[in-house]
Design a protein around this ligand. Structure first.
Ligand code: 5AD
Length: 336
């Protein structure tokens, strides 16, 4: 089976399939693709959640602006740098700065942060996740020293996207941002949730086809998990197995991509990360956010979070070795 050539019909059959043997075959194929390009390594990225303010009102996300129950925070530049220093001491070579779409995180402020991190850590990879911006803003972030950018497309289908987001957001704008990011030279990450309300197998097929067309260097896929203070608070979570299948298909179709075993995957099952790695993922993103802020970065309910010290890193590295993989603390840039 060469999934790059899989027809829509076959892909839909795999997405909808419930045969455990067929799923195991899919995971084995994904592992083989990962191994061919990356061996058994699993790259560590230090995640720093710098603000939970958000101007957007996505129906699924706990950070949405209409969630008045959430206490909001913003890390100072000094706090962000302190997280980076702590991460650096632990051996992290990639920092991922992630935020809600915070109106105060304007270009000036973002460039100030990027410049400061870049000055102190000239050799580290710096990944940004600052939402939708103009091409000029992205170019300024790149010039200031950003290397990578995460912006999930959330849903490639116009119709499904419109059921997850208010009318002032649209998938064409998202896709345009992703193309601009790639064009500017960012290693670019797209992705989507699995099992979000109203999602159909056809929607997931469209997500895979979009990834195939965009050829992002990174792909984030996790299950939808309800957050009680959102319009989708009463919906069921996405399924573990379907999420693993989408990770595997993404790996098979874009074999060189860097694909994390996401926090959401680790939240819906105690061995979710291990299962993600066994389905073709090769990145893990431990959280370096200060504990007090971390509990406020509540995208969904019961978000898992380990500690942030050396013990946690050892514990995660142990879990990865036990699952048969090798922890990699290098930058782990995209191939090519
Ligand atoms: N469940 C799972 N993932 C979520 N995200 C936001 N809200 C949820 C949720 N309820 C994901 C989105 C976003 C990323 C930062 O987190 O895909 O891009």
């Amino acid at each position: 089976m060469r999934a790059a050539r899989l027809s829509d019909r076959n892909l839909l059959r795999l997405i909808a399939g419930v045969d455990p043997d067929e799923n195991e075959d899919l995971f084995a194929l994904a592992r083989k693709a990962r191994k061919k390009h990356y061996g058994n390594g699993v790259y560590f990225r230090g995640l720093i959640e710098i603000t939970n303010y958000c101007r957007n009102d996505c129906y699924y996300c706990g950070l949405r602006r209409s969630n008045a129950k959430l206490e909001r925070y913003r890390l100072s530049l000094e706090e962000i740098l302190a997280c980076c220093r702590a991460g650096d001491r632990l051996g992290y070579k990639t920092f991922v700065l992630q935020g809600g779409d915070d109106p105060q995180l304007n270009d000036t402020r973002a460039v100030e942060i990027i410049t400061a991190v870049r000055r102190e850590f000239p050799g580290h990879a710096l990944t940004l996740s600052f939402g939708e911006r103009s091409r000029e803003s992205y170019a300024a972030f790149f010039a200031a020293g950003g290397n990578r950018y995460l912006l999930r497309h959330e849903s490639a289908s116009e119709e499904h996207y419109a059921r997850l987001h208010p009318p002032d957001m649209n998938p064409a704008a998202r896709k345009e941002c992703l193309r601009n990011l790639k064009d500017i030279g960012f290693q670019t990450g797209a992705g989507f949730m699995v099992g979000s309300p109203f999602q159909t197998p056809e929607n997931l097929l469209e997500d895979l086809r979009f990834l195939e067309e965009l050829q992002p260097q990174m792909i984030g896929i996790g299950p939808f998990i309800p957050h009680k203070d959102t319009p989708f608070g009463g919906a069921g979570a996405g399924s573990l197995i379907l999420t693993l299948k989408m990770v595997a298909l993404a790996r098979i179709m874009l074999p060189k991509a860097l694909i994390p075993a996401t926090t959401a995957l680790g939240t819906i099952a105690p061995d979710g990360w291990e299962q993600g790695l066994k389905a073709g993922a090769n990145v893990i993103m431990p959280n370096l956010t200060p504990m007090a802020a971390r509990r406020l970065y509540a995208l969904y309910d019961n978000k898992v979070s380990a500690g942030d010290g050396a013990e946690t890193l050892d514990y995660l590295a142990d879990r990865i070795r036990t699952a048969g993989f090798t922890p990699e603390m290098g930058r782990g840039d995209a191939l090519e």
